[in-house]
Design a protein around this ligand. Sequence first.
Ligand SMILES: *Cc1c(COP(=O)(O)O)cnc(C)c1O
Length: 463
Amino acid sequence: MNTITDFTNDIQAIDSAHFMHPFTDHKGLSAKGARIITKADNIYIWDSEGNKILDAMSGLWCVNVGYGQQALVDAATKQMTELPYYNSFFQTTNVPAVKLAEKIVQLAGEHYSHVFFSSSGSESNDTNIRMVRHYWATLGQPERFTIISRNNAYHGSTMAGMSLGGMGGMHAQGGMIPGIAHIEQPYHYALAPDEDRDAFGIRAAGWLEDKILELGVDKVAAFIGEPIQGAGGVIIPPKTYWPEIQRICDKYDILLICDEVICGFGRIGKWFGSQLVGCKPDLMTFAKGVTSGYLPLGGVVVGKRVAQVLIEKGGEFNHGYTYSGHPVACAVALANIDIIEKQGLVEQVLNETGPYLAQKYGELASHPLVGGAETIGLMAGFVLMRDKANHVMFEEELGVGMICRGHCFGNGLIMRAVGDRMIIAPPLVISKTQIDEMMALIYLALDKTLADLQQQGLMKIAA
Ligand SMILES: *Cc1c(COP(=O)(O)O)cnc(C)c1O
């Protein structure tokens, strides 16, 4: 008789019978049973067996203010009581949506004037596609249709978001929408580890210019990129990259879209990632951190260049969602932004916890398995390497990343594996002491992984 285990088994059985999970191989999951997360506080989550786990991924990159923030609960309760829902289609509006649009524009800066709301990052990128094509059509250049993106980018999972993204496995299931082109990602450690980092950044940005000229300048509507690629494995471009991308977009008059779904709302030490990496996008996608994931909300911050054309000449934009400007989601976002401001989390990431994590990741590089360790704000990644001196990786079939992830999970740490790249993006409320705690768990997982590999004869280490 073990009621806790009975409960876990019951829920796992029902889960397996009825809940089709996102991005999941169900045969594998059913055999094992899903881990049931039952509660959370600050940077920790608990499963149904009572295990406490340090969530170094902020859920899915979204719980910026951490779990258990009562102010967000109160904001939702208050708004649900007053006005749980109303749409903004038919010349109506609501107070939280208005206030949130104003607030986001203030945080984004004077380059921007409007916000278009959705409920997710994927939907927001659909909005981006429709908006940039409508923009060029309004200006009498409807043939400016193609949007250039990058390999290994992640822009969501709807047809449009998936097509914009650069994940081959996703493209292979269901095909792509027309009018999307891809260039190579600016991944220095994998593509050109021996090249000077800044020179590589300029060269990688140059691939955009090559693609524009190949497609024809008059055919290209926009370029889209995450300031720092997230789901692709926390790929941090050289600092020369984004200013050069901006220069190229300006030169050919192409709209620039930054997908700020992860980088927005403080993740890398500015309100928006573009403010740190040195570009001024015409459109910025946001979601995730805007509500810290407490409720679904997303949208697009619209720059003045686009907003003016659409508003003055565009007529009716035949686009919108039932939940565009949802009052409860917007009220929660306002409370979330209020916490980020009052606790000074953006500055804390920039000046304290970000640099502290960078220092710790610098030390991590001496571990025999760790190659290419790098951080920016509170995003970080490294590659598990077989022989880092000679830049030799493990064979993909070995699934070394998954072995390491298993040891993280087993020891109370959530860290994500993207192939053999191990990545983190902890809540912005994480303290230096908690970073130490997280690092100890990372070392433990690395040592256990190394022991496994040595036992299997996959890695020889000089004593
Ligand atoms: C998560 C993510 C998306 C998709 O957001 P959803 O809310 O899952 O639709 C889009 N872009 C980036 C950069 C993301 O990280």
